[in-house]
Design a protein around this ligand. Structure first.
Ligand SMILES: [Zn+2]
Length: 222
């Protein structure tokens, strides 16, 4: 146990996660009952995932979920590493919290969108155009282009997950809480996506404490 906590501490320090002023997990705490989906290229995100210690992790380049066209062909849903992980976490493990994590210096988001900044991050991903436009209308208006791109990328993953949860085959939409957290690696700030405001909102210390309280409280339930 000591080695694990020392490893986490070192990871936090090296990644600079402490700048974000997140609550710590004590050594004797059980894992957080959540599925975390995060980009694997960011040291900050890796340190965050290790600190949160969730029961299930999907980490890949971009923290990307597959497009949701599979929804029309459910036979393939378990063949897919991404949706297969989500199905296992929500179905078999019974997790009811999903945390999507993005970061400001996401090379994957930038590389994918660089040639066509006006378009969605991935064209033809099975999400209705009006839904996407509604969500993107306010996102990151005042941010520099690269940050805006990485936020839009994260919103895209959120839309894909929502499309999955809303699918009639799963009956999950009202039951699963989804959070989208965006780490500003330059300003060392954590933002959460607000559905009401349709933009990422910087979290202050009480916001962060409250969010982590909610995430961890779910451990108590059966
Ligand atoms: Zn990234």
């Amino acid at each position: 146990m000591k080695k694990i906590s020392e490893g986490r501490e070192r990871l936090r320090l090296e990644a600079g996660l402490d700048d974000f002023k997140l609550p710590r997990i004590q050594d004797n705490q059980p894992p957080t009952k959540a599925l975390v989906i995060a980009c694997s290229e960011s040291a900050v995100l890796s340190a965050f995932v290790a600190s949160l210690d969730p029961l299930c992790i999907l980490q890949n380049l971009g923290g990307i979920l597959p497009n949701s066209q599979f929804l029309d062909d459910l036979r393939n849903k378990d063949d897919d590493a991404g949706w297969g992980t989500v199905a296992y976490a929500l179905g078999k493990m019974g997790l009811r919290q999903v945390v999507l994590c993005g970061h400001s210096e996401c090379g994957i988001a930038t590389a994918t969108q660089v040639n066509n900044p006006e378009s969605s991050p991935v064209p033809g991903s099975g999400i209705r155009k009006d839904e996407r436009l509604a969500e993107q209308s306010i996102v990151a208006e005042k941010l520099q282009a690269a940050k805006r791109t990485s936020q839009l990328w994260l919103v895209e993953q959120l839309l894909r997950l929502n499309a999955y949860l809303a699918h009639p085959a799963f009956h999950l939409e009202t039951d699963v809480r989804v959070y989208a957290l965006w780490f500003d690696e330059d300003q060392r700030q954590l933002s959460a996506y607000s559905r009401d405001q349709r933009q990422f909102v910087v979290m202050d210390q009480p916001d962060i404490e409250q969010l982590f309280g909610v995430l961890r409280a779910d451990r108590e339930k059966a």
